[in-house]
Design a protein around this ligand. Structure first.
Ligand SMILES: C[S@@+](CC[C@H](N)C(=O)[O-])C[C@H]1O[C@@H](n2cnc3c(N)ncnc32)[C@H](O)[C@@H]1O
Length: 262
């Protein structure tokens, strides 16, 4: 009897260990990506690579960008990966009017400013510590995503503050729920949605973006990661609207994209 119990406990420990070691893979199997994936080269010709040798391809001149790395000691939360940041930097090169929901440390904003042409205007909505004091969670909102809004709304100065591209950027400290989009209709070439990841905020930001994007513009969403708790509302909302809108997931990224010209 005792021997059976020991074997059972050992089996349970092995099962638990296997789960924790392969957590990501198992989650990926359970939570299927419901949005169609595309390769980067299908998104825009600018990403077509040049053949360097039989077994090596690399970016063409147009896809070379100015970049920087934030050191891990900074412990900046909620940032784009370097691959995602590069994609957004390249797209910024051909965007004259850019809008960003959620600035965080300003990593992506700074990259967009560094890589766009000198007349490009970048408008951003974000929250600082003062704006989150009385923030209220909607009943449909994921608790972790709501907590992240508070944890990420800590900056009043950004990575681009004091740099010579700062003049391209207009930061508005305002809750996007209260933002009046009617003054910005059909205006933007590129909109990056990376503000609050709660259902109510991502729905609000998306609906406003569909009105603010111009006819050849594109909308990008960050953090489409099925199975990740803090991305739950982003995933559910995008899965829902992808039944009607042609939203695609860029392969090897958490970025989803909508092209108004499709
Ligand atoms: C993940 S961070 C953004 C990271 C940034 N896009 C980047 O790539 O480095 C999320 C940001 O969204 C902002 N935010 C969250 N909810 C918001 C809301 N309702 N309105 C405006 N900004 C919001 C937070 O203040 C925070 O700065």
């Amino acid at each position: 009897m005792t021997k059976d119990i020991i074997i059972l406990i050992l089996l349970l420990i092995i099962l638990l260990l296997t789960y924790f070691i392969n957590k990501k893979k198992i989650k990926r199997l359970i939570y299927k990506n419901k949005i169609k994936k595309i390769n980067l080269s299908e998104l825009d010709q600018i990403f077509n690579e040049k053949l360097i040798s039989e077994n090596l391809k690399g970016p063409k001149e147009d896809a070379i960008v100015k970049s920087f790395i934030i050191s891990p000691q900074n412990k900046v939360v909620g940032i784009t990966s370097d691959y995602e940041a590069w994609i957004i930097s390249v797209l910024s090169k051909k965007s004259n009017n850019i809008f960003e929901f959620g600035v965080g440390s300003g990593k992506t904003t700074y990259l967009m400013a560094l890589n766009s042409n000198k007349d490009t205007k970048i408008t951003c909505l974000t929250l600082g510590p003062d704006q989150v004091k009385n923030l209220e969670k909607e009943s449909t909102d994921n608790k972790i995503s709501f907590r992240n809004i508070i944890n990420e709304s800590i900056y009043q100065k950004f990575l681009f503050s004091g740099t010579d591209v700062e003049n391209k950027i207009n930061i508005i400290f305002e809750n996007s729920i209260n933002f009046d989009e009617s003054k910005h209709l059909n205006k933007f070439d590129l909109i990056f949605i990376d503000g609050g990841h709660t259902y109510s905020v991502v729905k609000n930001d998306t609906e406003k973006s569909f009105k603010m994007i111009n006819k050849n513009g594109i909308i990008l969403w960050h953090d489409y990661v099925p199975g990740k708790q803090s991305s739950k509302d982003v995933v559910n909302y995008l899965n829902e609207i992808s039944k009607e809108k042609n939203i695609l997931n860029i392969r090897h990224t958490s970025l989803c994209v909508f092209r108004n010209s499709d």
